[in-house]
Ligand binder design. Structure first.
Ligand code: NAD
Length: 293
């Protein structure tokens, strides 16, 4: 079994991004910069924001964290985003999700200028990804998974890909990545899928992004397949596990991601890639190689 080591691969990408930023600075260009908006005090969101910030600093991206109270109005939040849209020194804007329930997440995402939408969630960027028209931004988790597969020379061409989970953040954009240029045959499963096993057991590449420990058991995967576990679940004993029963699945498959240490670090590194990608486009450079799928 091949362990798809996101920690190691992300380290390698981080090194190369760091060198790239040093080159920009030698040319007298300013540092790329990323603004992260955190609304409220959600502990998990705080951890994610901290990780993003630490990773940005490691490569030399200037990261600005804007903490706003959970009581903030929709209007004030949108105003803050507009201020960042107009600030020429900011390349990427990220609003950490989820937002408090009184805020309309869709409206907030649409307030971000598509050229600064580092998460790729704006409908304009989703549309670009879906149609191949224009230069879109691939959302970080699907991009990270794509980079991981590429690193291990796992080719999706002509394969049967099954994605479990159809969220706007992971499942749906992941399906678009595999559909690009009609590479793979893609099936997307979700909570209303009638017989999950009948789909997952046919998958050459299985991507699982649900948020339920041990949803995918040994009998549900195809022998010799590639399994990508996106899930992050905290068990009562504090242990972090994915959605796949890793211990029982691992010796049946060709390759699998661990949790933690698989998709998570690749998601963070993709945020840096997307920030650099937007920075490059703004400076009239060709798109970033790692941001291309
Ligand atoms: P979400 O809650 O937005 O979507 C979950 C999806 O799973 C939905 O499409 C739902 O229909 C589907 N689903 C629910 N129960 C199901 C079932 N029994 N069978 C099949 N499908 C079912 O979640 P999300 O934001 O896409 O995140 C999914 C998981 O991935 C979570 O555990 C999250 O923490 C994790 N995640 C990890 C990373 C990372 O970088 N590793 C990034 C994003 C999300």
């Amino acid at each position: 079994m091949l362990l798809l080591d996101g920690r190691e691969v992300s380290k390698q990408i981080i090194m190369s991004l760091k060198e790239e930023i040093e080159e920009y600075q030698k040319k007298g260009l300013r540092k790329p910069s990323l603004a992260v908006i955190l609304v409220g005090e959600d502990p998990a969101s705080k951890i994610y924001v901290r990780r993003k910030r630490e990773a940005s600093e490691k490569v030399g991206i200037n990261s600005i964290c804007i903490n706003l109270p959970s009581s903030i109005s929709q209007e004030d939040l949108v105003q803050e985003i507009k201020r960042l849209n107009d600030d020429d020194s900011i390349d990427g804007i990220l609003v950490q999700l989820p937002l408090p329930t009184h805020i309309d997440t869709g409206e907030v995402i649409q307030a971000i200028k598509p050229d600064k939408d580092v998460d790729g969630f704006h409908p304009e960027n989703v549309g670009r990804l879906a149609t191949g028209i224009g230069r879109g931004i691939v959302p970080c988790t699907p991009l990270g998974i794509w980079l991981l597969l590429k690193h291990y020379k796992i080719d999706a061409f002509g394969k049967d890909v099954v994605i479990v989970g159809a969220s706007n953040i992971v499942g749906k954009p992941m399906s678009l990545v595999f559909l690009k240029d009609e590479r793979a045959t893609v099936t997307v499963c979700h909570k209303n899928t009638r017989d999950l096993k009948s789909h997952t057991s046919q998958a050459d590449i299985l991507v699982v992004a649900v948020g339920k420990p041990k949803l995918i058991t040994r009998d549900m995967v195809k022998e010799g397949s590639v399994v990508i576990d996106v899930g992050i679940n905290r068990l009562e004993n504090g242990k972090i596990v994915g959605d796949v029963d890793f211990e029982n699945v691992k010796d049946k498959v060709y390759a699998i991601t661990p949790v933690p240490g698989g998709v998570g670090p690749m998601t963070v590194v993709s945020l840096l890639v997307n920030t650099l990608h937007l920075y490059r486009l703004k400076h009239g450079f060709p798109p970033h190689l790692f941001a291309q799928i």
